[in-house]
Design a protein around this ligand. Sequence first.
Ligand code: UDX
Length: 437
Amino acid sequence: MSGPSVAVIGTGYVGLTTGACLAALGHHVVCADADLRKVERLRRAEVDILEPGLPELVADGVESGRLEFVHETPAAVAGAGVVFLCLPTPMGVGGAADLAAVEAVADEIRTVLAHGAVVVNKSTVPVGTAERVAALIGRPDVSVVSNPEFLREGRAVQDFRRPDRIVVGAADPDAARRVAALYAELDAPLVVTDAASAELTKYAANFFLAMKLSFANNLATVCERFDADVDDVIAGLGHDPRIGAAFLQPGPGWGGSCLPKDTHALLTVCEESGVEFPLLRATIETNVRHQRQLVERVVAGCSPGDGSLRGVRLALLGLTFKAGTSDLRDSPALAIARLLKERGAELRAYDPALSESRPDLSDLLTLAGTPEEAVRDARAAVVLTEWPHFRDLDWETIAGLLTSPVVYDFRNLLDPRRLGRARLTWEGIGRSFAMAG
Ligand code: UDX
């Protein structure tokens, strides 16, 4: 077969990481994206997303000629032995995944695909999508494989190169083997299965992570009630290898581009197919309730007395859904900001990953260029993203700029003793100053 061996459709953080990492493994990869400006920038190895190691890999790939970028999908697909679909599957009406992009591309490539090509769904798609895409393509010589990604934003390159596992699902074992062979150099457990099981694995993984987080956040509330220290309880739990300490850090609720949309999509398909999964609904509801409770704490501490936050200026430290990314999609920080705003608060926020001009946020808050500017004349500061350098801010200066010395640390990030020395009152989640100090 002549031409590229791998095509990647969609150059978001999943597609670009997949393309650049496959090129680094020695494959010839052609990536396509509908955004022409993005394609032009990528050809010059200019990467817009914040993903450590990715710009270097893209530059290497472009320089070696193993990684190319095109605007037209058919140009990438023609001649490719394996075609990865790395397209957005946002939350659609009623919570189900919106497959419009996947279906449109399937339709676009059906006549262009090389004889015997394999199409791979990498986007998180509902159970049955591999079958549906195969039907849309309608070619007996073309197989559709599910190969879900488990890439964390901000660690995508690392996760690709050292995966916990590789899951490949297909009706045709030969197609599954061809996809698995692309990763042959990676040292990771390989799970080869049918397409539906592979598709479900991704949803189950993200649901389980969200469930751990809802558990941790609810546990923090229980700890507050009984004067226990959630950090110590979690340390005690996490040493049990059956439980593990990861994803048990309480915070302002879970969010991001995957966990909310995937848990909602799984809930929707379960409900539609008459399967009861009460844990799933409870996981989502716990997240919503937890965020409301956090906002009530701020109201209790900062309200002028009428149960509102009218006329109260608050400083928000961090807006992205986690540290190390500039992504705001479904950010729990924004969810909390909206709830505070609903109560009448005036919000000024600082986030190291965001520039000062964000017209999309202007109805909600004002962006400050420094933490000091954000806290000036604010009634309290609220930490919402776990940017590590927040620990080392000049808390004495901040104490002098706030109108009352309170910091709500909704990431349990800061050192309460350090804040105490700056004469600031620290309010964490699931632990009190006395315990932490
Ligand atoms: C997630 C999955 O981890 C990844 O496997 C999947 O393929 C895509 O979705 P990502 O959205 O990049 O990755 O973020 P992740 O690091 O999983 O964080 C999700 C949310 O959990 C964030 O809101 C984060 O702040 C929160 N979190 C994480 C906690 O509150 N506490 C923790 O201990 C860990």
